[in-house]
Design a protein around this ligand. Structure first.
Ligand code: NAD
Length: 481
């Protein structure tokens, strides 16, 4: 039994108050099924209260000198890093990812707080050439207002800081609705914010076992000016439709179907390392996870052999144990989805290279799996598996690979390995994706704009683009000069 961080308060946080409720719901460890804690099961009334508290804090927060907001963010960053180990253990407990990955996520999540503490100071407006000698044009960049942040369970910390840090930096208060599977990391994070002196109301967390009632308030209340959602495409579409009634700005970080293309001039060993990192990280449960591996005919069998040998080295187990590289899946439904994709591929002529079954550890553990000779008729070609299955397709020409890669309604991340520079430029420019990694298996950083095209989303998080998304421009015309 692991100990929870001593600073964690397993209650909701509204207007600077820790709030309990008669109804609570259980947070369990996906590796063991054990109960970790119970948190309040809130609904529409508490969501409205949180919006009101955020709205009430806005006037003061937006007017604070930017250096004051920046200093508070910097202090929050330092508190997160000072508690990296405790936060990482908590995250592994409720989400399952190996401890090394949790530590990495804490550092990655904290990096957004550090970055926006600095970037806030560069949030500039402008003056433009005017249309008359007696007039001047000013463009003010102002905070958009109350932000609702709705986040998924697969990155319980980083998906929150990626939204809250730029929002707070820009002068916006936030109401967070964390995923029901992983609310504790959110609450621990906000508790650290309280301890470093973030004022009451600028960060609020409403927890619920069923999200629809809170989601309804956050997407329809006119006081909420922006909804920033990370999660699945079907839920994103629903929230986007709900936002239409009050014409809310909406940022949508949705699902993906990432291709990983290996050309015949690639460094195969590097490509295998990249494929393993982008496929099996977080047990295949990341939005930018490789979903389809496309390999050119000339290196197809050689790549498969090297990939199988590397995948055989992955150690499956409880993420709290040393040396584990793949933890459990989040719940039984996730196992069922992976299993159904494997069965469908094998039924339609796929060749099992390794894995393919639930792991002997039982529970929600699944074997790291590779299936070869995959074709476009199989489910894995079009659906996000969200699990440790690498389906390997074969292609002959560059044009064929590009067409296969783009044959999806998603457009989040794409990866390819090649050496020829003409090929690199051609493929890079032809991929219809928001993010492309060339000879790299991991691309997330606070320094770059993260986001997708097509049904993978709207907006960008990270870099100066991520800050601008939490602002509005106000054109001021000064006449009579
Ligand atoms: P999900 O869409 O089921 O849930 C995401 C969040 O939305 C959760 O907090 C959930 O409680 C909430 N939610 C669900 N229905 C809602 C409703 N009606 N109103 C308000 N809130 C509601 O997604 P998930 O299973 O938690 O996460 C996995 C998905 O997220 C995958 O599709 C993955 O690709 C995607 N994802 C995308 C990114 C990205 O940056 N593009 C990052 C991580 C995950």
């Amino acid at each position: 039994m692991s100990v929870l961080p001593d600073f964690l308060i397993p209650k909701a946080y509204i207007g600077g108050q820790w709030r309990d409720a008669e109804r609570r719901f259980a947070v369990t460890n996906p590796a063991t099924g054990e109960l970790i804690a119970e948190v309040p099961d809130l609904g529409a009334d508490e969501a409205r209260e949180a919006v009101a508290a955020a709205e009430a804090s806005w006037a003061d927060w937006r007017k604070r000198p930017v250096k004051e907001r920046a200093a508070l963010l910097r202090a929050w960053y330092e508190a997160i890093m000072a508690n990296q180990e405790a936060l990482a253990r908590l995250m592994t407990l409720e989400q399952g990812k190996p401890l090394a990955e949790s530590r990495g996520e804490v550092a990655y999540g904290a990096s957004f707080v550090e970055f926006y503490a600095e970037e806030a100071k560069r949030m500039a407006g402008e003056t433009l050439p005017s249309h008359g000698a007696d007039k001047r044009i000013l463009v003010l960049r102002e905070p958009i207002g109350v932000v609702a942040a709705i986040t998924p369970w697969n990155f319980p910390l980083a998906m929150i800081t990626r939204k809250c840090a730029p929002a707070l930096a820009a002068g916006c208060p936030v109401v967070i609705k964390p995923a029901e599977a992983t609310p504790l990391t959110a609450l621990a994070l906000v508790r650290l914010g309280e301890q470093v002196g973030l004022p009451a109301g600028v960060l609020n967390v409403v927890t619920a076992e069923k999200p629809a009632a809170i989601g309804e308030v956050l997407t329809t209340d006119p006081r909420v000016r922006k909804v920033s959602f990370t999660g699945s495409t079907p839920v994103g579409k629903r929230l986007l439709a709900q936002c239409a009634g009050t014409v809310k700005k909406a940022a949508m970080e949705l699902g993906g179907n990432a291709p990983f293309i290996v050309f015949d001039d690639a460094d195969l060993d590097a490509a295998v390392e990249g494929a393993v990192a982008s496929k099996y990280r977080n047990s295949g449960q990341t939005c930018v996870c490789t979903n389809r591996v496309l390999v050119q005919a000339g290196v197809y069998e050689a790549f498969l052999e090297k990939l199988a040998a590397r995948v055989a080295q992955l150690k499956v187990g409880n993420g709290l144990e040393e040396g584990v590289s793949q933890g459990p899946l989040i719940n039984p439904a996730a196992v069922e989805k992976v299993q159904s994709h494997v069965r469908d591929a094998l039924d339609k002529g796929g060749r099992l290279i390794c894995g393919g079954e639930p792991h002997a550890l039982g529970g929600t553990f699944f074997q790291p799996t590779v299936v070869a000779d995959v074709t476009s008729e199989m489910k894995v070609a079009t659906e996000e598996t969200f699990g440790p299955l690498a389906p390997v397709f074969r292609f002959d020409t560059d044009e064929e690979a590009i067409a296969m890669a783009n044959a999806t309604e998603f457009g989040l991340a794409a990866y390819f390995y090649a050496r020829d520079y003409r090929r690199i430029w051609n493929v890079m420019e032809s991929l219809e994706y928001g993010m492309v990694a060339v000879n790299e298996g991991i691309l997330s950083t606070e320094l770059a704009p993260f986001g997708g095209v097509k049904e993978s989303g709207l907006g960008r998080e990270g870099s100066h683009h991520g800050l601008e998304d939490f602002t509005e421009l106000k054109y001021v015309c000064i006449g009579g000069l």
